[in-house]
Write a protein that binds this ligand. Structure first.
Ligand code: ACO
Length: 202
């Protein structure tokens, strides 16, 4: 199992996993927006194990050559940051993803830089192996390191015990508030937040 940065070639499989695992689904252009605007923040977990029978989706191995180059980004302080190359292996299957962004709400432009976890999921066969925690830590580290995010936020269903355990107990997010009827079916959300400390995330 490999964890690597997500690329445009992964979007179809990320959407496939999202449709399998969560009721909150997004249009293709919203995935594109994440990957094109913050290519350093979203990650996928993949396997080349061909015996996997769950409805996993094969990533686009054909784009491997393009993705092997180092990605150079400018941080907001005028420094150039070189990210490790993303190796897309032919025959890979996507088994988990984290879709992350920076908060770019113009109404909150006074706020210090902060990140947001839009969506996270791991295919059923591969749960309870620590993959979600690893995906999250990669995204949080990149937010802090590349974008100087001082904190990260997310929403989670009150009934989602697995995700709550991961966020509150494993990753030490705090519950900021309860957003009434946040979800389309009327369920409330916990709005959660974590202050990002590089020493802890390294
Ligand atoms: N019940 C209780 N605790 C759980 C459960 C569970 N069902 N699943 C995982 N945990 C705990 C683990 O024991 C571990 O705790 P530890 O640090 O004390 O050992 C911690 O959560 C992290 O476990 P991982 O193995 O990293 O989590 P996993 O890879 O299984 O993925 C996830 C967790 C993403 C919530 C998965 O169950 C899933 O895909 N669920 C469906 C989609 C979903 O709910 N996504 C989150 C929605 S919120 C959002 O997207 C912002």
């Amino acid at each position: 199992i490999t964890i690597r940065r997500a690329t445009i070639g992964d979007i179809i499989c990320m959407q496939n996993a999202n449709l399998h695992n969560l009721p909150e689904n997004y249009m293709m252009k919203y995935y594109m927006y994440h990957i094109l605007s913050w290519p350093e923040l979203s990650f996928v977990a993949t396997t080349t194990d061909i015996t996997v029978d769950e409805d996993t989706c094969s990533t686009d191995g054909a784009s491997a050559a393009d993705e092997e180059e180092y990605m150079t980004l400018d941080d907001n302080l005028g420094n150039s940051i070189k990210l490790d190359p993303t190796y897309v292996k032919p025959g890979e299957k996507l088994i988990g993803y984290v879709l992350a962004k920076m908060n770019d709400d113009p109404d909150q432009s006074e706020e210090p830089a902060n990140g947001h976890i839009t969506s996270l999921s791991v295919m059923r066969t591969f749960r309870r192996m620590g993959l979600a925690e690893k995906l999250m830590r990669q995204a949080l580290f990149a937010m802090r390191e590349v974008n100087q995010a001082t904190y990260v936020s997310l929403h989670v269903r009150q009934s989602n015990r697995a995700a709550l355990h991961l966020y509150r107990d494993t990753l030490q997010f705090e519950v900021l508030s309860i957003e009434k009827s946040y979800y389309q079916d009327g369920e409330d959300a916990y709005a959660m937040k974590k202050v990002l400390d590089l020493n802890e995330l390294k």
